[in-house]
Design a protein around this ligand. Structure first.
Ligand SMILES: Nc1nc2c(ncn2[C@@H]2O[C@H](COP(=O)(O)OP(=O)(O)O)[C@@H](O)[C@H]2O)c(=O)[nH]1
Ligand SMILES: [Mg+2]
Length: 223
């Protein structure tokens, strides 16, 4: 697992991130935590862990991930949440699929056989279903869960995509631009756990609207 860097975006995660990092210890991944300089509480909470902390310049989930990808030096990267909802063991399975099928990215999916979520609400379930369908119809995406963003992929390929979405539109930008650039992707099963503590950062309606506007722009090649 030495060729994988986990990119962990964190915002106000002092209650969850220490447990996440503790659970990751035995896997020996390289870890980059990306957060805002002003998030003193989260920074303090992970002082005892040997992880690299990088500060995002701007604001937003996508801004943190772009910074993380640009700072990543290993062949592979994995976007891994700070809230305890992703299972570290699944990364191994994702890596096997990526290598066996010679893919560029794999996008974990909560909506297939042997998968599921403890963290989904009806609103996020329906929103995700609609966006995944739009992805399939308008961009021919071969994935079944577009917003989850539990992604393992090749770092050099991600850098080539010149990703620029600073907010949660990043979730759709990555798979859409990957497919538009003829990169190979698929979605293996995943099971999402409940967040350990703290609050969800996504605002279903506001962020959903931003994602929708971005998808329309992308479709008409304005983004
Ligand atoms: N650095 C950074 N991390 C963020 C930001 N927004 C969300 N995150 C992190 O991104 C991950 C996913 O956010 P979360 O609220 O759990 O969304 P959900 O998984 O859709 O429920 C968590 O680790 C958050 O702490 C942000 O603006 N900056
Ligand atoms: Mg979450």
């Amino acid at each position: 697992m030495k060729n994988i860097t986990l990119i962990i975006p964190a915002k106000d995660e002092s209650e969850s991130l220490p447990t996440v990092l503790k659970n990751l210890k035995k896997f020996k991944f390289r870890i980059l935590v990306v957060l805002h300089k002003t998030d003193k509480k989260t920074i303090k909470s992970i002082k005892r862990f040997k992880v690299k902390i990088i500060y995002q310049n701007g604001k937003g989930y996508g801004d943190a991930l772009i910074k993380g990808i640009n700072s990543c030096k290993t062949e592979l990267f994995c976007i891994f949440n700070a809230d305890g909802s992703f299972k570290p063991l699944e990364i191994k399975k994702m890596k096997k699929i990526l290598e066996r099928k010679k893919l560029d990215f794999v996008f974990g999916s909560r909506y297939q056989n042997n998968s599921g979520s403890q963290d989904d609400t009806w609103i996020t379930f329906i929103g995700n279903f609609v966006f995944t369908l739009i992805g399939k119809i308008f961009f021919k995406l071969p994935i079944t869960d577009i917003l989850y963003t539990f992604v393992l992929g090749k770092t050099n390929k991600a850098k080539k995509l010149k990703l620029n979405q600073k907010n949660f539109s990043f979730c759709v930008e990555l798979p859409i631009k990957a497919v538009e650039n003829n990169m190979k992707i698929c979605s293996p099963n995943s099971y999402e756990l409940k967040r350990i503590a703290g609050k969800k950062k996504v605002n279903e309606f506001l962020d959903g609207m931003k994602i929708l506007i971005y998808i329309v722009k992308l479709y008409f090649k304005n983004a």
